[in-house]
Design a protein around this ligand. Structure first.
Ligand SMILES: NC(=O)c1ccc[n+]([C@@H]2O[C@H](COP(=O)([O-])OP(=O)(O)OC[C@H]3O[C@@H](n4cnc5c(N)ncnc54)[C@H](OP(=O)(O)O)[C@@H]3O)[C@@H](O)[C@H]2O)c1
Length: 210
């Protein structure tokens, strides 16, 4: 698949490498196109870089890898993302990472769907730390789980396929409103890693008997 990642930071870089290893073509996009090209060159793997306004043109899947607070600007700069499958990986945290800024009656994912009403928004990867991506998507030799929520079942299936091609386990969690549960799990992950001393080589998963 052709994938554009909006952002050039820790998550964008880690996902770019794992997606290319899964056989996909990846373009990184930034408000600073030269920065996107430079990061892409450093990552290798034939990853491309470019500006936000054109990077999404041929993309089947777009990953929003920027802070939740930047989502409105980035979606606008990328032309609105109509018709695209848009993966929202954000954890909408306060500046000191002590709390969520939205929740209970909405979620970052649902707010992003409002900002891009013609996009097919999928919540995924928000519970996977960038350092886990750098470890090949694994914790202690086991693949991390990607929780996947969307109102668009076909978009959800495509993101499940993308995540599994990149080496992750997946768990479909229903419609986009399930992001109201997934974002607090992301918050708990951050609290465990940074507040309670577990470090970032951790990832939540779900056990079941069979
Ligand atoms: N880090 C993790 O372990 C982790 C785990 C799960 C989910 N997440 C989520 O993933 C997202 C990215 O996190 P990250 O750790 O990769 O962050 P990061 O390394 O700080 O990178 C942030 C990226 O967003 C861009 N950006 C910031 N503000 C922008 C704006 N107003 N307009 C355009 N671009 C802007 C930055 O571009 P510039 O260089 O131009 O500023 C940069 O490319 C966040 O929503 C975070 O909650 C992170």
């Amino acid at each position: 698949m052709n994938i554009s990642i909006l952002g050039t930071g820790n998550m964008a870089s880690g996902l770019a490498v794992l997606f290319t290893k899964g056989g996909h073509q990846v373009t990184l996009a930034s408000r600073d196109a030269s920065e996107a090209r430079s990061v892409a060159t450093n990552l290798g793997n034939d990853i491309q870089g470019g500006p936000l306004d054109t990077a999404v043109d041929s993309a089947e899947i777009v990953v929003l890898a920027v802070p939740f607070g930047a989502a409105a600007d980035v979606i606008k700069a990328a032309g609105g993302l109509a018709g695209k499958i848009v993966i929202d990986i954000t954890n909408p945290m306060t500046a000191d990472f002590s709390a969520l800024t939205v929740g209970h009656t909405t979620s970052a994912a649902e707010e992003i769907q409002k900002l891009a009403p013609q996009a097919r928004v999928v919540k995924a990867f928000n519970t996977v730390f960038a350092s886990v991506l750098q470890n090949g998507g694994q914790v202690a030799g086991q693949p991390a789980t990607v929780f996947v929520a969307s109102d668009d079942a076909e978009a959800r299936s495509q993101v499940v396929a993308l995540a599994e091609s990149a080496g992750f386990k997946t768990l479909e969690t229903g419609g986009l409103a399930a992001a109201r549960y997934l974002e607090p799990v992301g918050g708990l992950n951050i609290a465990l890693a940074y507040g309670l001393g577990h470090g970032t080589d951790i990832a939540p998963t779900w056990q079941r008997a069979a």
